[in-house]
Ligand binder design. Structure first.
Ligand SMILES: Nc1ncnc2c1ncn2[C@@H]1O[C@H](COP(=O)(O)OP(=O)(O)OP(=O)(O)O)[C@@H](O)[C@H]1O
Length: 415
């Protein structure tokens, strides 16, 4: 037992290995060796150095974005009193007028004019909490969070639906009738596709002290007045003015029917069908501005790239709408016009990085790349000593056992 422990210790602890070089003349092994070396060199030069720019140090952009919308809509519906014969300019359909890296465009509206604070019947659509048989069903002072006002304690006949009685309320009267002016399948603002947005984006690469704008120095005032973004044009692909219809079109290949629905209620129904959900996703569109800049060349080559995406999220309720009001005083009475605005929400995001030659990064990546070359020897050793037909011969030539270990091995083999 003691002897075998001694043998084991001698063979493991008290052993020193030194490298031995053997030259094998073989086309096959030579080819494998050079092949692996080529692969490693190609990886280091092609991928690490050229593709990933391992010779540069990088900085990410710090950015600011503002937008300016333009466009005119004319609606001529004299038979619909809330809409009438009117022009809608940007101050009417861009609500709120300015947002942080986003803008909203109204495409359809439900307008309730001449509201003042008085008493009237509750909206018939709220009948599940406002319908009544007699006054005792309308507790005076009750406020329902989804209603339009405080109950007065009276149950009255609805003027909007026959044989319906609803509680009377005190609030902004008359209450809204939530019906799209042209019905559920027609858009009110048919020209929104041709509305335009000017996006001004200033970026800085703080590490290199370089500032850039998406309105390039080469663009004249005249050019800005008439250009439109066109991705297939060498010049106009940098134009910072976008038609809203083009943004939707470039965002996704969507059918005419889906596109139409986006303009009507801000709902992109195509997504719902694809996702197989009951509530279609809202009309939310992302505009991505990407700056990929190489400051080893002139700064002038640092230009933005635009990408558009129709954001799909099946859980967001039907479309995108919200209410806002215009307040005024008439004959000493505080009044308002309530607008339920349907439309499309655009989000702008800016990403990017700039790179410049950096001696430290270059030497570090080159050094670690060259160190990878030892992999070629390791892989060839594995192949030569374990896979090749003459592996026994190569092993004998490669490993010499001398001293105590050799004696032990011989003794072991003879026993
Ligand atoms: N949404 C847009 N669509 C088309 N052109 C636009 C848009 N927004 C601005 N422009 C044009 O781009 C140029 C620069 O706009 P900027 O807002 O800096 O100047 P401006 O003289 O204040 O513009 P405006 O014409 O609104 O008075 C102007 O010629 C302007 O008319």
């Amino acid at each position: 037992m003691a002897a075998s422990i001694k043998k084991f210790l001698s063979a493991t602890l008290f052993e020193y290995e030194t490298q031995k070089v053997i030259a094998i003349s073989s086309y096959k092994i030579g080819l494998i060796y050079r092949g692996i070396q080529m692969l490693i060199v190609t990886y280091v030069i092609g991928w690490v150095m050229l593709r990933e720019k391992g010779y540069q140090s990088f900085d990410t952009v710090v950015s600011g974005v503002t937008t300016k919308l333009k466009g005119l809509e004319y609606t001529n519906y004299t038979n619909i009193s809330a809409i009438g014969d009117r022009i809608w300019d940007v101050a009417d359909w861009a609500v709120p007028p300015q947002m942080n890296s986003a803008f909203f465009v109204t495409t359809n509206v439900v307008i309730t004019k001449n509201q003042s604070q008085t008493t009237c019947e509750e909206d018939k659509d709220n009948k599940w909490h406002a319908s009544c048989k007699n006054d005792s069903d309308c507790t005076k002072g009750d406020v329902h969070m989804l209603g339009w006002g405080v109950k007065t304690g009276r149950c009255v006949n609805s003027s909007r639906e026959a044989e319906l009685r609803v509680c009377e309320i005190y609030g902004w009267c008359p209450t809204e009738q939530d019906i799209l002016p042209l019905g559920d399948d027609k858009v009110l603002m048919t020209r929104v596709k041709n509305f335009t947005v000017l996006i001004k984006n200033s970026v800085e690469f703080p590490k290199f002290g370089i500032k850039r704008r998406n309105i390039l120095d080469s663009m004249s005032k005249n050019y800005l007045r008439q250009c439109n973004y066109r991705p297939d044009s060498e010049v106009d692909k940098y134009c910072p003015i976008f038609k809203l219809g083009d943004i939707i079109k470039h965002g996704q290949a969507i059918s005419q029917e889906d596109a139409k629905q986006i303009w009507i209620t801000g709902v992109y129904t195509g997504g719902a069908r694809k996702l197989n959900v009951t509530h279609p996703p809202a009309g939310m569109v992302a505009i991505d501005i990407h700056w990929e800049c190489n400051f080893d060349y002139d700064e002038e080559f640092c230009k933005p790239e635009y990408k558009f995406r129709n954001l799909e999220d099946g859980q967001v309720g039907r479309g995108w709408n919200f209410r806002h009001a215009y307040h005024y005083v008439e004959d000493g009475i505080h009044k308002r016009t309530l607008v339920k605005a349907y439309g499309i929400q655009f989000f702008i995001s800016v990403t990017g990085r700039g790179g410049k030659f950096d001696i430290l990064n270059f030497t570090m990546n080159l050094g670690s790349g060259l160190a990878l070359l030892t992999l070629a020897t390791v892989l060839c050793d594995i192949i030569v000593l374990n896979i090749m037909r003459k592996r026994k011969k190569y092993r004998q030539a490669k490993i010499d056992k001398v001293g105590l270990l050799a004696a032990l091995t011989v003794a072991y083999e003879n026993s």
